[in-house]
Design a protein around this ligand. Structure first.
Ligand code: UT7
Length: 317
């Protein structure tokens, strides 16, 4: 592909896919020593979706990609790239993205997976923005997809109740209009990696350590990103954050001195879906008309989790 004039990217479609099976807190209470009261009051989670044994991450990602193409009317051969952010790929090789690429017939697209845990979608979207802004590529799909139920230690109540399966994604197209990413700041600190790990063993988390990280490092990152964009929290219509714990969102709103109502949440129905959580929420907010995709809104996306990784993007939607 020949480099041409620099241009801006725009999100032109958003979609999501979730497994049909709903597992409530009460369902889990029948399987392990926990309670709806504990899970709900500590996390805000009431239920999660769990994939059937034969449903893989690529199946959820494929459904998202097909919905994006159907919504936009774009044919698959027009896609230049497919990025899938996931920590639960079907296999190390081929990538989940390559499986999606061939199944939708995106014959002109390159495709690969990106591993940045719960920050994966934000990292992938920041990457995709550069592909389009460079002028080298015109359009692509960015998906966050997970089947975390396959890597959860179901004998560990401290993590088993938190996570769920799902996928969400966006279609990104070149546009002459206006900058898509107004500011960004992505971070990684591998020295704290041990507090959240998965593979080759099952998922393990030091919940307290990750909670402290989330409420200390992440609001600082959001503030720094606002400063980079010469914006304040008042300029942001919605803060679409990784959906790990509603108490984390409460703390974010407090620390940023802004209304909690600007922090939408859906972890009550899906639990923590890692790289899928932000696009899944974006998709639901678009469906309800809260987000409009007409260039009128300023939204801050922020992921945080294993790595440790964290980062914010302020985008025009
Ligand atoms: O996606 C990446 C980002 N992830 C996050 O941001 C997660 C961050 N961490 C958290 O959200 C919270 O730390 C948790 C929700 C994971 C845990 O909440 P907590 O208030 O930090 O609880 P804790 O781990 O300190 O545990 C408190 C008590 C313990 O009992 P004792 O030692 O006080 O007697 C646990 O054994 O709660 C117990 N406990 C449970 N009880 C009932 C732990 N898990 C459960 C459970 N049901 N499922």
């Amino acid at each position: 592909m020949v480099r041409s004039d620099r241009r801006f990217a725009r999100i032109t479609a958003v979609s999501h896919a979730t497994p049909a099976r709903i597992v409530t807190n009460d369902d889990l209470s029948a399987l392990m020593d926990t309670s709806d009261e504990w899970i709900r009051s500590r996390t805000g989670i009431c239920a999660r979706r769990l994939a059937a044994d034969d449903v893989k991450t690529s199946d959820l990602a494929l459904e998202v990609a097909e919905k994006l193409l159907a919504k936009s009317g774009l044919s698959a051969d027009k896609l230049d790239f497919i990025l899938v952010a996931t920590i639960t790929p079907d296999s190390q090789m081929p990538s989940t993205a390559a499986r999606v690429q061939t199944k939708i017939g995106a014959t002109n697209a390159f495709a690969y997976d990106l591993s940045a845990a719960c920050s994966g979608f934000v990292f992938a979207l920041a990457t995709a923005d550069k592909f389009i802004a460079s002028g080298a590529y015109r359009c692509g799909i960015v998906i966050g997809a997970e089947t975390l139920s396959k890597v959860i230690d179901w004998s560990d109540r401290s993590t088993a109740v938190l996570f769920g399966d799902g996928a969400g994604g966006v279609l990104l197209e070149a546009s002459a209009d206006m900058p898509f990413v107004q500011a960004e700041k992505l971070r990684t600190d591998g020295s704290r990696a041990d507090s959240l790990t998965a593979g080759p063993d099952k998922l393990q988390m030091d919940g307290r350590a990750i909670f402290d990280f989330a409420v200390r490092d992440v609001p600082k990152n959001i503030s720094e990103t606002l400063t980079l964009g010469q914006l304040t929290a008042d300029n942001i219509d919605y803060f679409v954050l990784h959906q790990a714990n509603s108490r984390i969102l409460d703390k974010m709103a407090q620390k940023l001195h802004t209304s909690r109502e600007k922090f939408p949440q859906n972890m009550d129905r899906y639990g923590n879906t890692s790289a899928a959580s932000i696009p899944l929420l974006l998709s639901e907010l678009t469906e309800t008309g809260t987000l409009k995709l007409d260039g009128s809104q300023t939204v801050l996306l922020c992921g945080f989790g294993g790595g440790l990784t964290w980062g914010s993007l302020i985008i025009t939607l």
